[in-house]
Design a binder for this molecule. Structure first.
Ligand code: PBG
Length: 325
């Protein structure tokens, strides 16, 4: 016996076709950015134990992977590099022939303007102490001395062919400083995807394996406290005022509220970084048969879009495009 109900929202869920028709959020291949790692001096790509399915590339294999990602339709590539030699100021990050610059040249030569080539602008992969900047005598990170290093890195990366630089060190004034340096050097068209609201997170763990981080301790004096949301809005506002072309929230899934608030506040595209720990949690649970990997990938990506991210950095970029079919 049917009861006389005025509203039946379930009608819009009756078939897959109906659900597809009324879906409010879609993930498009062009929204997805694939982060990739290159290690100097490698003979063969090397698996990263804590990120099953992700490798440290050689210069040859990153070219091939970049070509395949572009053929799949990704919106961009975010490049990281692991140098053979590290020092206190991260010299390899600014050398013209440093591994990240060589990677950028190789990828730019391979795919050019067919996709958006991005590079991580941070010193942590290049310093022997693993911090994102240079240190004072007392061991704390020297904000303004670090900005000068970021300026040199920015020129090296722009010259090597990056379209968008990703300042990710959470130093005060980094976006404005790098913007001025780029403009003064004639790189007006090189943009910035600023890691604006970047939290000190336990979920970066696997990434630190991927780049063989030398960090002892934590980054809590420069990355944000996860207890705070208003502070993220301030960081984002400052970055937009300083010239960020896109702003990023990072990590993704534990910070959906931040993504939504940032998206409501700014008039530039908002990116979310689905980081290493978010990737590895799903992969580990799926490997144990505890969750359905493919459904979890699509659900998390759709959630980030629904929260307000228009661009998503994800290690699943190519797999997800296949799943979106
Ligand atoms: C800094 C940087 C980090 C990540 C991207 N850029 C590490 C950190 O801040 O400790 C993390 C990305 C991830 O976990 O997937 N160079």
């Amino acid at each position: 016996m049917a009861i006389d109900l005025p509203y039946r929202p379930r009608r819009l869920r009756t078939t897959a076709a109906m659900r597809r028709l009324v879906a409010e959020t879609r993930v498009h291949p062009g929204d997805l950015v694939l982060p990739m790692f290159v290690k100097e001096g490698l003979a063969e790509p090397a698996p990263i134990a804590s990120m099953p399915g992700v490798v440290q590339h050689t210069l040859a294999s990153v070219r091939k992977a970049a070509r395949e990602a572009v053929a799949a339709g990704v919106g961009g590539l975010m490049l990281f590099a692991v140098p053979e030699h590290r020092d206190a100021i991260g010299s390899a990050g600014t050398d013209r022939d440093g591994i990240l610059q060589r990677t950028l040249r190789a990828v730019a030569d391979e795919v050019g303007d067919e996709t958006v080539i991005m590079s991580d602008l941070c010193l942590d992969e290049f310093t022997d102490h693993g911090h994102c900047g240079v240190l004072k005598d007392d061991g704390t990170v020297d904000n303004d001395a670090t900005l000068e290093r970021y300026g040199d890195m920015a020129i090296a990366q722009a010259e090597a062919g990056a379209h968008l630089l990703g300042p990710s060190g959470m130093m005060d004034g980094q976006v404005g400083y790098v913007r001025r340096v780029l403009d003064d050097a004639g790189y007006q068209d090189t943009g910035m995807i600023a890691y604006s609201a970047k939290y000190a997170s336990a979920f970066y763990g696997p990434f630190r394996d991927a780049v063989e981080s030398q960090l002892a301790g934590d980054r809590k004096t420069y990355q944000q406290d996860y207890a705070n949301a208003v502070e993220a809005l301030r960081e984002v506002r400052l970055d937009v005022e300083e010239g960020a072309d896109l702003v990023m929230v990072k990590p993704g899934l534990p910070y959906l509220d931040i993504i939504t608030r940032v998206a409501a506040e700014v008039d530039v595209p908002v990116a979310a970084y689905q980081i290493s720990g978010e990737y590895s949690m799903v992969e580990a649970a799926a490997a144990n048969g505890w969750i359905d990997r493919e459904r979890a990938i699509l659900e998390t990506l759709t959630s980030l879009r629904r929260a307000g991210a228009s661009v998503i950095l994800t290690y699943w970029a190519v797999d997800a495009i296949r799943l979106l079919g």
